[in-house]
Design a protein around this ligand. Structure first.
Ligand SMILES: Nc1ncnc2c1ncn2[C@@H]1O[C@H](COP(=O)(O)OP(=O)(O)OP(=O)(O)O)[C@@H](O)[C@H]1O
Ligand code: SF4
Ligand SMILES: [Mg+2]
Length: 329
């Protein structure tokens, strides 16, 4: 059984063979296929890959908030040894979602309620779900605002009075209000300009350290992920194709897709032109046989077009799903 992260303590989250299917008018597509991962306390795992790779579907599955046309299954999904796949929905809602595992959703900047003041929106879970008295909830939220560098006056503002960067800080504060152990961030900075993006990244690094937070950081930008993540998992067409410590993946990417993904990043300092990955990701409804990357791979050989490789252990590196590393078959 393959797992994504190498960790030194008991994992906080352990997922095996996660699968997400969507029912569509043209048939069923499997957006996440046999994904296994593990995150240790205080560790951050980056899920990286092109648009449509299945990153958000995987994140939504962990929060159990997939849309109605989706189904999910896994052979294991445990958070602090609690089986969060089989936990009944009302128990999951009361005790797990937002309290143990929370998420900043992709493109959520406009999701704040425009007619309710920020302070009331952020204190609501404490007052309604935990019965915290209003004045104590306010004090708690102001402490949280300080932690995410939000000015105290934000408490009495409406969303339209805030910049994108401040709104993103509010969303991060909201995701932390019930003190989860694991925070999922889905493209948390993609709608922000580069300066604000850098500030939010610094903030996240501080939070990770001060709260001993575990983080799953979802992004198409492998360079951004490497800024905060201890481990990386590269996703292609619903599958994880390479995993390992961030430094190993950055310094010696093994899978042809990871190599091309890295080469597609602009390296301003080194004055190297980004190399675009030729072709498009495959259709989930009619995926290519064999290795799903084979129509775009410069190293493709016969076996790649007929048989799908498994994740193969690479000593001192991680795991790679590519026939080039198969020695026995
Ligand atoms: N509700 C849905 N119904 C049907 N198909 C869906 C649904 N949501 C996502 N998909 C499909 O599942 C696949 C994976 O989508 P997903 O949003 O998880 O990818 P992603 O890696 O997060 O992409 P992006 O980087 O653009 O956010 C895509 O082919 C997408 O079209
Ligand atoms: S299995 Fe073959 S096609 Fe797929 S990445 Fe490896 S070499 Fe390329
Ligand atoms: Mg997404």
């Amino acid at each position: 059984m393959s797992k994504v992260a190498i960790h030194i303590s008991e994992p906080l989250l352990e997922v095996r063979d996660l699968k997400v299917n969507y029912k569509t008018p043209d048939g069923v597509l499997t957006a996440v296929d046999a994904v296994s991962l593990s995150v240790a306390p205080g560790e951050s795992l980056g899920i990286v890959g092109e648009s449509g790779a299945g990153k958000s579907s995987m994140a939504l599955a962990l929060m159990r908030v997939l849309p109605n046309n989706a189904t999910m299954e896994a052979t294991a999904m445990e958070l602090e040894s609690l089986d969060i796949l089989k936990t009944p929905e009302n128990t999951f809602r009361r005790t797990v979602r937002w309290q143990k595992i929370s998420m900043v959703f992709q493109a959520a900047l406009e999701s704040l309620n425009p007619v309710i003041k920020i302070g009331d929106q952020v204190t609501e879970p404490l007052i309604v779900h935990q019965g915290t008295p209003k004045n104590m909830a306010k004090a708690e939220v102001l402490r949280l605002f300080e932690l995410v560098s939000l000015p105290a006056e934000t408490f009495n503002r409406y969303p339209h009075e805030l910049s994108g960067g401040l709104k993103q800080r509010v969303l991060i504060a909201m995701s932390l209000v019930l003190r989860p152990r694991l925070l999922i961030l889905d493209e948390p900075t993609s709608a922000l300009d580069v300066t604000i993006q850098a500030q939010i990244m610094d903030q996240l690094k501080d939070l990770k350290k001060h709260l001993n937070l575990s983080i799953i950081f979802v992004t198409h930008d492998i360079a951004l992920a490497s800024d905060i993540c201890d481990q990386l998992a590269v996703m292609y067409a619903g599958r994880i194709v390479e995993t390992g410590p961030t430094t190993s993946i950055l310094n010696s990417p093994q899978h042809p897709y990871t190599q091309m993904l890295l080469a597609s990043m602009p390296l301003i300092k080194e004055n190297i032109e980004p190399q675009f990955i030729p072709g498009d990701p495959p259709s989930f409804l009619h995926p290519p046989k064999g290795c799903r990357f084979h129509p775009r791979c410069p190293y493709v050989f016969e076996k790649c077009t007929s048989d799908e490789p498994s994740l193969i252990n690479i000593p001192k590196h991680g795991q790679v799903k590519c026939w080039l590393f198969e020695t026995k078959q």
